[in-house]
Design a protein around this ligand. Structure first.
Ligand code: FAD
Ligand code: DLZ
Ligand code: SF4
Length: 510
């Protein structure tokens, strides 16, 4: 008799199109899926994220069985659960007398290395849910002095034909960001996000997660995520109809009590396989062709998916396993408790952390220009910042989270993802949000008792990293402006910034 092979399907590989399933023989091979403590605990994931992954895994396994596949599924509370992905593969290998594993390359070096070490024959297939393979990205990157997303993005437009008119970009421009980035007014009326009442499978998972991971940062209930493909497609349709038309205009806006605004909230589904990136973009393009969405919104949205999403994945794999531990600016301060909900007088930070706790979601500008900006200005150890982002968001997987956090947000890769650090004073936050209105600090005050900490820390950052950034063409003006200021003013700002950081490090409420 021919031995069966084990077909590994991880919790973020939940599509029948995944390479390992395509390579498998339905009649011969056994699909292995495992809920394991190692994956639930390598960082303290938000309970909503764990529930989403486990519920989606259970439903996907049931769908595979319904189409005639043999599935060996381990539940987290099974008494013989081995506790890790390699452990589960070994257990199943023994039970099925199998010695070969078919896998799709995992999205994290940690698991790639763990699979490589297995004493089983591993047939690894590239994860071709992405438009750009690892080798294609490496070829594109080879010989370039710097990697810039915009050039990569144009290649992806040409490759996919998305928003192309022959060899030219639709409408004549590759990028319509000049029409985007408007602040939203207080009376903005964004669409209600879709939410799904838990069915029996989800209910069982919620009870399990509550019992096992109730102590993790984050509210488990109410839980309204889509947990199967049909539901995820509804979220996509909802976004295209109600969100996409204004996505471009308000992409960077932030409003208290409106965490999602006109964003799609589809990254959790894209990243676990319930939605496919190309299908998402093609549907958006169709909406534009049908006159249902403007070009600036459609282009901006498609750029995030075939541009940024593919680009950061390319960088993660190009740079190798040490990427998430880089610390180019040598920032050493510990992550303050306010990231875990500790009290703070900064309204912007309190708002973004509170919504993160509640929804396991924050949109890009909140992640980049509030929590990320603050961590960078305050000189927090990027490894701790990385661990926080990997824990608290429902869409967080290392291949996408690390380059965004370590690279784009903390400049800890020395400028591979970002050509200059994403830092700003309170001014930007005041312009793009309504957070400052209810803050104990005064965004207009540049120094003194009530000065907005982002103002103090901004100049402190600029001053302390002069050697690295002074000659950056995009930062020269900033240094000129700083140097033009009165010497006493500069000294006062630096003194106050240091005193403020000292309070932060002592765990005082700031
Ligand atoms: P929308 O704003 O509606 O955008 C549509 C889609 O574009 C997203 O669903 C996402 O798939 C893609 N996208 C947009 N920006 C990026 C980007 N910079 N990188 C990759 N894809 C992008 N995204 C994750 O998917 N997982 C993460 O762990 C993650 N961590 C981040 C950490 C930091 C510090 C920063 C600054 C950004 C991070 N992002 C991450 C990117 C981005 O913030 C999220 O993809 C986005 O907020 C998801 O919400 P949405 O689906 O409503 O996105
Ligand atoms: C995120 C996650 C969680 C919480 N649990 C599981 C699990 O129990 N079993 C599993 O196969 N995958 C899980 N995942 C997703 C993995 O962590 C993910 O596949 C790796 O991080 C690689 O991207
Ligand atoms: Fe944030 Fe400063 Fe505005 Fe307060 S004043 S909300 S700390 S930017």
């Amino acid at each position: 008799m021919v031995k069966p092979r084990l077909v590994l399907v991880l919790g973020d590989q939940l599509t029948t199109e995944i390479a390992a399933l395509r390579a498998a023989d339905k009649a011969r091979d056994v699909v292995v899926m495992a809920e394991v403590m190692d994956e639930a605990r390598y960082v303290p994931h938000h309970p909503k994220k764990i529930a989403l992954v486990l519920a989606a895994m259970r439903k996907f396994a049931a769908a595979l069985e319904a189409e005639g596949r043999q599935v060996a599924y381990a539940r987290l509370d099974d008494s013989d659960n081995a506790g890790s992905i390699p452990g589960e593969l070994l257990r199943r290998a023994e039970a099925f007398e199998a010695d070969e594993v078919i896998a799709t390359t995992p999205g994290e070096w940690r698991l790639i290395e763990a699979l490589d070490e297995l004493p089983l024959t591993l047939h690894q297939h590239p994860d071709d849910r992405f438009l750009c393979s690892r080798s294609e990205f490496a070829n594109w990157a080879e010989g370039r002095k710097e990697l810039r997303m915009e050039w990569f993005y144009r290649e992806m437009r040409r490759k996919t034909g998305l928003l192309m008119e022959g060899d030219d970009p639709a409408g004549g421009n590759w990028n319509y960001d000049a029409d985007n980035r408007k602040p939203a007014s207080d009376d903005a009326d964004p669409p209600e996000p879709l939410s799904f009442a838990p069915d029996d499978t989800v209910d069982q998972v919620l009870d399990l997660v509550e019992e096992r991971f109730g102590g993790h940062f984050g509210d488990l209930r109410p839980f309204g995520f889509a947990t199967d493909r049909k539901q995820a497609l509804k979220v996509l349709d909802h976004f295209i109809e109600h969100g996409l038309p204004k996505f471009g205009d308000y992409q960077d806006a932030m409003l208290s009590g409106e965490p999602m605004l006109w964003h799609a909230v589809i990254s959790p589904y894209l990243n676990i396989g319930l939605l496919d990136p190309l299908e998402v973009c093609q549907r958006c393009e169709q909406a534009w062709q049908d006159g249902k969405a403007p070009l600036n919104a459609t282009e901006g949205f498609i750029r995030q998916i075939i541009g940024w999403r593919e680009f950061v994945r390319g960088v993660y794999f190009l740079e190798g396993p040490d990427y998430a531990r880089r610390n180019a600016l040598n920032h050493q301060r510990g992550l303050p408790d306010l990231y875990w909900g500790g009290e703070t007088r900064m309204a912007c930070m309190a708002e973004v952390v509170a919504q993160t706790r509640k929804y396991a979601y924050a949109h890009h500008i909140q992640r980049l220009m509030i929590t990320g900006n603050f961590a960078l200005l305050a000189g927090i150890d990027p490894a701790e910042v990385h661990e926080w982002y990997l824990s608290v968001y429902a869409d967080a997987y290392e291949w996408v989270e690390a380059p965004n956090t370590v690279g784009m947000s903390q400049f800890a890769d020395g400028g591979i993802v970002a050509s200059k650090p994403y830092v700003s004073s309170g001014n930007y936050i005041a312009k793009m949000s309504n957070y400052c209105r209810d803050c104990a600090y005064d965004v207009k005050a540049k120094s003194g008792e009530t000065a907005c900490p982002f103002n103090l820390l901004y100049w402190y950052f600029i001053d302390r990293h002069r050697d690295r950034f002074e000659d950056n063409p995009r930062m020269k003006v900033i240094y000129r402006n700083w140097d033009k200021r009165d010497e006493d003013d500069r000294a006062q700002i630096l003194r106050e910034a240091e005193a403020w950081l000292d309070q932060l490090s002592k765990g005082k409420t700031v």
